[in-house]
Design a protein around this ligand. Structure first.
Ligand code: GRG
Length: 283
């Protein structure tokens, strides 16, 4: 089984819908299983492979980060946030199931993430470390904080430093945590874990910068409306540095990510390919 089929099988198996009311279960499945590039669980698996971690352990860890990601997309699309009606080429969860069910779907997926970590076949101390990493990445200092800065920055001028802080919180933190979770799933030295952390931080920021570029350049295959940042008056790397400057900034992060992998030699080929795919992507 390739990584992607393995990840999708784990998401299907581990999504806790059995005891949920039928509508909520259907909305949770819709939010998680309707496509998506799965970059975060792929990072968990690729970092975990370097650490020689058990694939079954990585299935749980990868599913947990993807549940948080799916939860954030559902909430991000809500009328109170971006008010988007299209995601992955399909109606958003609130467009299809209504706003109340969408809020509850996001809530249930967040809980599912931590329940999945708690059930991971790993040592208690490792699971405890992951809970902390994931909670920090999703919470006030990570995604929820970054999204707050995002909302507050609408229609205001922004410096590159402010943009970087927003992007590292809103998007970078969960990507960085995905790598850190994989890195600590097996046996790596402190220096190796720290090199992977530098990789995760760079690739996380680079990924959101490229997202800004794609939103600004309006490629038709995004599966969501392009140009929405400009309509909201949201300062982005593309609006502050120009598209060419933003592409350059994304490539700087790619180079930093690749540099951080040099100590692993060819063992890090999969992570290097993922970094290129994430930062050079066109959708
Ligand atoms: C639910 C923990 C939690 C927080 C809520 C709404 C919110 C606070 C944060 C929004 C964070 C967000 C959606 C950031 C954008 C990140 C981003 C670039 C998403 C697109 O990721 P892809 O391209 O999507 O990996 P696919 O569809 O491929 O999975």
């Amino acid at each position: 089984m390739d990584d992607l089929s393995r990840i999708d099988a784990a998401l299907t198996r581990l999504l806790p819908t059995r005891a949920a009311p039928a509508t909520l279960a259907e909305a949770m499945r819709y939010a998680v299983l309707s496509g998506g590039k799965r970059v975060r669980p792929r990072l968990v698996h690729a970092a975990g492979a370097i650490a020689d971690a058990r694939p079954a352990t990585l299935d749980h860890a990868g599913a947990a980060v993807e549940f948080i990601h799916a939860s954030s997309l559902v909430h991000d699309d809500l009328p109170a946030m971006d008010d988007d009606h299209l995601r992955r080429g399909k109606p958003t969860v609130h467009a299809r199931f209504g706003e109340a069910i969408a809020i509850l779907t996001g809530d249930a997926l967040q809980s599912a993430a931590f329940a999945t970590l708690a059930a991971a076949p790993a040592e208690a101390a490792v699971v405890r470390h992951w809970v902390r990493l994931l909670a920090d990445a999703a919470g006030a200092a990570g995604m929820a904080g970054g999204q707050t800065l995002d909302i507050e920055s609408e229609a205001k001028p922004s410096t590159e430093t402010e943009l970087e802080a927003r992007h590292r919180g809103k998007t970078g933190a969960l990507i960085r945590a995905s790598v850190a979770i994989g890195a600590t799933a097996g046996n790596l030295s402190e220096a190796e874990v720290s090199a992977l952390d530098a990789y995760g931080a760079a690739v996380g920021l680079g990924f959101q910068i490229q997202d800004d570029v794609l939103n600004a350049t309006g490629k038709a295959n995004l599966g969501k409306p392009a140009g929405s940042d400009q309509r909201r008056g949201l300062p982005t790397y593309a609006s502050v540095l120009g598209v060419a400057g933003a592409r350059e900034a994304a490539h700087r992060q790619l180079r930093q990510a690749l540099d951080a992998l040099t100590i692993f030699g060819s063992r890090a080929d999969a992570l290097a390919a993922l970094a290129r795919g994430m930062i050079e992507r066109e959708r």
